[in-house]
Design a protein around this ligand. Structure first.
Ligand SMILES: [Zn+2]
Ligand SMILES: [Zn+2]
Length: 437
């Protein structure tokens, strides 16, 4: 008997966690944070002394108490990729699953290990690192398969759980980028070969977005154009982007080299992901860039850059949401750099929609504009599928049933309606629901 428990991230965006049970064996897919709630909660508390129980109460991690009865039957915890809404709760939760190993790709493993060290939360489960297209024999009845797919962070996989009663496919998160700048193209061939897919759990964040999500080359071309047109021999260039977006970071490093400037990464989260990418063999940032790991050292680094000449550098920093504690905000608010109308600040990101981010960004952009610098915003493509991509995945794997995930109530319903239109059965679950296939 195949059973699913929607623990987190259903009719809700964030804290992704799903349990799939076949007879008396359980596999957990993702164990992520609700980042907004996590940040809000940890702002006023010492992050090292917070308990999982407190985080659960605050809604910052999934409420897995509903599968306590399955606890000893969990054989594997499988985060699909390195984003914190998929992997970030592991250091707080995985240790109670004594019999479970963690299965993930190299970049995800490198990020997970760094989070665990930074947060001082050792993970006792064994971490098995698998490549993007590989199989893992979990038990007599369960075979795990990773199929590579594209997203906005490297080594993202679609996870297939093969059982004697058919397969469950978990595609959370994904997009189809046919010309990725880092890593392989989506493995459509393998997706189309899958047989007897009983269930597809699918990233439905943009279930209402028409067409196909553009590929990463769009963002690269826009960035190239901006810097070709705006870099001069004596101006300051600052770009901020998602720290986990390794492909974008590589593009920025390439642009810096093209402009004969030294790329410099400022900030803790950027250096964390950059070094994880290096460990996973995806980049050689330490050879190509200067990396300032600690936010306490940013001021000193900037003073050093001033001595050499700011126009010799290409600054890449954290803070694209205008977060008060992030490096970009500090640089601007504390006037660590005096910008003028010759200088350029690029937000290679979109605003993650919530009131606080809108407020923070408005304030930060206001400060930058008051200095006179040029601002470019939204130089970004999403890592999430649009309607044509959803359709494509459904057509490739022909599931008997689709369950939307990673979407609020409204977008979940849009996906349900869309599935009806496509002639495929679907069902919406909410957090805490159990469902037998
Ligand atoms: Zn993601
Ligand atoms: Zn996600």
């Amino acid at each position: 008997m195949l059973e699913i428990c929607a623990i987190g991230g259903y009719q809700n965006v964030g804290r992704n966690m799903t349990a799939i049970k076949y007879n008396d064996e359980v596999v957990i897919l993702d164990m992520g944070l609700d980042l907004e709630r996590y940040i809000a909660y940890t702002e006023d508390e010492d992050p090292f002394s917070i308990s999982s129980r407190q985080l659960m109460k605050a809604g910052a991690i999934p409420n897995d108490s509903i599968i306590d009865k399955w606890k000893d039957q969990v054989l594997a915890i499988i985060p699909t990729h390195a984003h914190l809404d998929h992997v970030g709760a592991i250091p707080f939760m995985s240790n109670k699953y004594n019999n479970a190993k963690i299965l993930c790709t190299p970049f995800t493993a490198a990020v997970l290990e760094r989070i665990s060290i930074d947060d001082k939360r050792p993970i006792n489960n064994k971490i098995n690192v698998l490549s993007e297209n590989s199989n893992y024999h979990l038990s007599k009845n369960i075979e795990i398969e990773f199929i590579n797919i594209t997203h906005s962070t490297p080594h993202t996989v679609v996870v297939v759980i093969h059982t004697p009663e058919g397969s469950v496919v978990y595609a959370n998160d994904f997009k189809f980028d046919y010309n990725p700048l880092l890593g392989k193209k989506p493995n459509e061939k393998r997706l189309s070969e899958l047989q007897d897919v009983k269930l597809l759990i699918m990233d439905s964040l943009y279930s209402d977005r028409e067409g196909h999500t553009p590929g990463e080359t769009w963002a690269r071309d826009q960035l190239l154009k901006i810097f070709d047109e705006n870099a001069s021999k004596d101006n300051i260039l600052i770009t901020t982007t998602f720290s986990s977006h390794i492909s974008r970071l590589k593009t920025l490093v390439d642009i810096a080299k093209r402009l004969r400037r030294t790329p410099i990464f400022l900030g803790r989260s950027l250096s964390k992901y950059a070094l994880a990418a290096q460990e996973a063999g995806l980049a050689r940032f330490e050879d190509e860039c200067e990396i300032v790991r600690y936010s306490g050292k940013v001021k000193r680094a900037i003073n050093r850059m001033k001595k050499v000449g700011l126009s010799k550098y290409f600054i890449i920093c954290s803070g694209h949401q205008g977060e008060p504690k992030a490096t970009l905000t500090k640089i601007i608010k504390r006037r660590l750099l005096e910008l003028d109308n010759n200088d350029v600040v690029v937000f290679s990101s979109t605003i993650i929609p919530n009131e606080e981010n809108y407020r923070n960004r408005e304030e930060l952009e206001g400060d930058i504009k008051s200095m006179g610098a040029k601002i470019f915003t939204d130089i970004h493509v999403s890592g999430h599928a649009s309607r044509d991509d959803h359709k494509k995945l459904i057509e490739l794997i022909k599931p008997s049933l689709v369950i939307p995930a990673h979407a609020n109530e409204e977008k979940t319903q849009v996906m349900i309606d869309y599935c009806k239109k496509l002639g495929v059965l679907s069902k919406s679950l909410k957090e805490g629901d159990f469902f037998t296939l």
